[in-house]
Design a protein around this ligand. Structure first.
Ligand code: F6R
Length: 370
């Protein structure tokens, strides 16, 4: 039931603060704010203790959450992490490193390519393999066929465009990282405390980001007749740029590409002219100054910038530079919060263009054939 909402997608966007809070409760205890719950993945501690490498396999939006996890695993706990789309991984006879944790990320748990890639790895049976399903459907094939089940507690996702599944995947991946970090002693108590404190604030920040609905709806009017659009981000926001482009193309049918902003000069800058909207994910983080330089390059070529920036940043709107201010959030968790404005932007553009938002043409919710 969509309740007061016009589409399931919008309802699911609005469910994210609760869905993420529920997912976080698997490992966080408000009475014990400085440590993980003892029962979180307790049965699997011995398995997780031995892993030396993470291999993520997924498709579409779930692949994008894996890309964020790579930045997190490598920068926060120095565990090497590779991420690949399942349809490529399974056909290239890949090397699976010994003592790998293979994380299959899938909302449905029935995605054909993801399941096949998992089965191929299991056939190779590398030493110390631990397979994990990060999945929203406990009864799915993927959950049955893996050693460890880490649920996303998003609740049923009906809209074909994935929203709350994505943000709950990110939340659960962060919990998994903390668990590995603690049992492998790759994280100081102080870092753990800091991250746990930041996670406690996350549902509130997601809630605050929903207030951007109105300004984003106004912003979306600029996109109605556009043919093509670029999404730019750096670091942890690069996967969110990819996700924003995927959302826009799948529900509004506007061609969109996500790019690492540092790659602009290596090709896409040639596309920029006065008709090209460029969406920029610009939290005030360690990459902000570099990103500002990228924005100037675009502005100088008369591209029209649509910037999601931190409330506390000094970004000011000017001619051909539109700004929506996102609530302040720590750099590590910013990709989760910045997912909301890109979802809302795609949603409003699609509604304006009159597409079938919950059932975009040619797409299925669960891709059970390759
Ligand atoms: C995009 C979208 C798809 C899915 C992909 C994988 O909004 O929903 O890209 O993410 O088909 O599906 P799951 O996660 O069920 O394996």
């Amino acid at each position: 039931d969509k309740g007061e909402f016009k589409h399931y997608m919008l309802k699911e966007i609005y469910e994210q603060p609760d869905a993420v809070a529920r997912t976080l409760e698997m490992a966080l205890d408000s009475d014990e704010p400085t440590k993980l719950r003892d029962d979180f993945l307790q049965r699997h501690e011995a398995q997780l203790k031995g892993i030396k490498h993470v291999q993520v396999i997924a498709c579409g939006t779930s692949y994008h959450s894996g890309l964020v996890a790579k930045y997190w695993f490598e920068s926060l706990i120095r565990v090497p992490c590779s991420v690949e789309v399942a349809s490529e991984f399974r056909y290239r006879n890949p090397v699976v490193i010994d003592n790998s944790l293979v994380i299959c990320i899938s909302q449905s748990g029935e995605t054909a390519d993801t399941l096949s890639a998992l089965r191929d790895i299991q056939k190779q049976s590398p030493v110390g393999l631990v397979s994990l399903a990060l999945c929203n459907v406990p009864t799915s094939s993927l959950v049955r066929e893996t050693d460890v089940f880490l649920p996303t507690l998003a609740g049923p996702e009906i809209g074909v465009a994935s929203t709350k599944a994505f943000t709950t995947q990110l939340a659960a991946l962060m919990l998994l990282l903390l668990k590995v970090g603690v049992i492998q002693r790759r994280m100081t108590d102080e870092n753990l405390r800091t991250l746990l404190g930041q996670l406690q604030q996350l549902p509130g920040q997601l809630h605050a980001s929903l207030h951007l609905d109105a300004p984003i709806k106004v912003m979306s009017e600029h996109f109605e007749y556009k043919k093509s659009c670029l999404f730019l981000g750096r670091g942890l926001q690069f996967p969110i740029a990819l996700e924003g482009a995927l959302k826009l193309k799948e529900i509004s049918y506007i061609h969109a590409e996500g790019y690492a902003a540092g790659e602009l000069k290596h090709g896409p800058l040639a596309l920029v002219d006065k008709d090209m909207p460029i969406v920029v994910l610009a939290p005030k983080d360690s990459m902000f100054d570099k990103l500002k330089a990228n924005m100037q390059e675009v502005h100088a070529r008369h591209g029209e910038l649509f910037v999601f920036a931190s409330q506390s940043s000094q970004m000011v709107a000017e001619d051909r530079l539109h700004v929506v201010y996102v609530p302040d959030v720590c750099e590590t968790l910013a990709p989760i919060v910045y997912s909301v404005p890109v979802q809302l932007l795609s949603y409003h553009v699609a509604v304006m263009r009159g597409t079938d938002v919950d059932q975009p043409r040619n797409l299925a919710k669960s891709v059970t054939v390759e």
